[in-house]
Design a protein around this ligand. Structure first.
Ligand SMILES: [Zn+2]
Length: 183
């Protein structure tokens, strides 16, 4: 039986280690959309109906996010200038979290025992962070790591020494086969 104090110490040490070696990475989740205030959306066509709403004045969308924007009502004839004919406004849904990043080259990935099967020819990246970011990892659609866009290639796993509190890690892969990275 391992004493509880030891486990707590170990957990704290692990977290500190991961944070000491962390850098900021971008976590991209599903984009957030909002109806264009300036035109009606055509649900059948999946685009702007090119019919103006009775929008007057200005409105702020995606408030409180980095994509916050304020739009002023604009009259138009053919294509709504606010959504450019899409009928919706789309906001990237990105956040920045600290993570420990380990790049594996293709050559190493083939022999690396933990790498998911079937990814030879692509670069694997293992990312680790505090388990409080588990949900961010779980819902990530892409990451931008060291300026390279990568996709999740495994589900996140918590390494918790017998609890849900610890380190979460997952594998990612580069989006293009054989893409060169600077690592
Ligand atoms: Zn519009």
């Amino acid at each position: 039986m391992i004493p509880v104090e030891f486990l707590e110490d170990y957990r704290r040490d692990q977290k500190e280690l991961v944070f000491d070696l962390s850098r900021d990475i971008v976590v991209g989740s599903d984009p957030v959309t909002a109806d264009c205030p300036n035109c009606y959306y055509d649900g059948v066509a999946g685009s702007s109906s090119a019919t103006p709403t009775n929008f007057v004045g200005s409105v702020t969308v995606f408030e409180g996010t980095s994509e916050e924007r304020t739009y002023t009502a604009l009259s138009f004839n053919n294509i709504c200038p606010i959504c450019r004919g899409k009928g919706k406004l789309v906001s990237a849904n990105e956040s920045i979290i600290p993570a420990h990043v380990l790049w594996y080259s293709d050559k190493f990935a083939k022999s690396y025992p933990d790498s998911p099967a079937g990814y030879s020819g692509q670069n694997l990246i293992k990312i680790k962070t505090d388990s409080k970011y588990y949900e961010d990892f779980l819902h990530a659609v892409y990451f931008i790591i060291d300026g390279v866009r990568v996709l999740p290639s495994s589900t996140p796993v918590i390494r918790g020494m017998g609890s849900d509190d610890g380190i979460v890690e997952m594998f990612c892969k580069t989006t293009e086969v054989g893409k060169e990275t600077n690592r």
